[in-house]
Design a protein around this ligand. Structure first.
Ligand code: PLP
Length: 341
């Protein structure tokens, strides 16, 4: 088989040997009855790490976001969010379908939301406009190229919002922590609810966690059931999640170094994209190019698997399955690469 490097997503990661062993020997029970000790251990561990009272294990990041939307809003409410966020653009309209809410969208081209822009929408309630029930933000911000939020900026937004809840989509929360040197607890402190995925850079096969105040997490369990996400002997999966939280977080730094290298290669291969590799701080390289789809098609044929996340936006994601040697291989392909016009 011809060589290929899979940079389509960090969701392609494989569970480690330690995860498979932990899964094989996991003590399990019926989580529908709250009987699974491994699930309890995972939920507790995550809640501690992010400084929240409780957490709920769910099958996917989308479900964690959707549960947060359902417990923090009522039908007809408005959620302020960035245009490029997962909950807005990549969940198939789930928030409208599941919670009958609408979004008020603000610019998030660089990942962070502007505090004044957010507060203008909140204040418009006094001008006969619909009430905002929550703000959703993404950290790291995927479509902005894995951009982590600055902690000061997060705290400034939370101060301005007062009691208005924030949900943090921290699908890559641990990447944000490694890149900024801030603890997951400090990063999540501004938010009422926070979710993180175990099945991306942390390499677990399945699962995400949603954390927040105990009362809200009781509501979250009801919503998980309504969405069909309550599982039974799911300690099998939680066991892999525990290994992910205990032993896979620090490793993310390697993905970040490789992504920066990849960013430099992209900047030289596509100078017309004006991609600035110094903006790559975690594991995602995303850049705009008029021939994005053609680039992805041709690179994939040459063994560099990548994808588009918008009609003219290319994305590469590094992860545990990508080595230094793989990045050198990508470099060789890119050196001789010009997309057919
Ligand atoms: C920022 C962000 N949020 C949420 C999700 C959803 O996660 P899942 O694929 O587990 O549903 C993703 C998935 O790629 C993501 O990148």
């Amino acid at each position: 088989m011809t060589r290929h490097v899979d940079l389509r997503s960090d969701t392609v990661t494989q569970p480690t040997r330690a995860m498979r062993e932990a899964m094989a020997s996991a003590v399990v029970g019926d989580d529908g009855f709250g009987d699974d000790p491994t699930v309890h251990a995972l939920e507790q561990r995550f809640a501690e790490m992010v400084g929240k009272e409780a957490a709920v294990f769910v099958p996917s990041g989308v479900m964690a976001n959707q549960i947060a939307v359902r417990i923090l809003t009522r039908p007809g409410d408005v959620i302020i969010a960035g245009k490029g966020q997962h909950v807005v653009s990549f969940e198939m309209g789930a928030s409208a379908r599941n919670a009958s809410v609408q979004f008020a969208l603000v610019d998030d081209a660089r990942g962070e939301l502007n505090v004044d822009e957010v507060m203008d929408i909140v204040d418009a309630e006094q001008d006969h406009q619909v009430a905002v029930s929550m703000v959703a933000l993404e950290n790291t911000h995927m479509s902005a190229g894995g951009a982590p939020w600055d902690l000061e900026h997060l705290n400034a937004l939370a101060r301005a919002l007062g009691d208005k809840p924030i949900h943090m989509d921290g699908a890559r929360l641990f990447n944000a922590s490694i890149a900024t040197g801030e603890s997951p607890r400090d990063i999540a402190a501004c938010s009422t609810t926070v979710m993180a995925c175990l099945s991306k850079g942390l390499c677990a096969p399945v699962g995400s966690l949603l954390a927040g105040p105990a009362g809200l997490m009781t509501d979250a369990r009801v919503e998980r059931k309504r969405l069909g996400g309550a599982m039974r002997q799911v300690g099998i999966l939680a066991a892999a999640g525990l290994v992910a939280l205990e032993s896979m977080v620090e490793r993310l730094a390697e993905d970040h170094v490789r992504a920066r290298k990849l960013g430099e290669l992209v900047a030289s291969a596509f100078p017309e994209s004006e991609y600035d590799p110094t903006r790559c701080r975690t594991n995602i390289v995303a850049f705009d190019h008029p021939q994005a789809r053609q680039i992805v098609f041709e690179l994939t044929q040459r063994g560099v698997w990548c994808g588009t996340i918008a009609p003219r936006r290319v994305r590469f994601v590094t992860h545990a399955g990508v080595s230094d040697d793989d990045i050198d291989f990508v470099g060789e392909v890119l050196t001789h690469f010009t997309p057919a016009s």
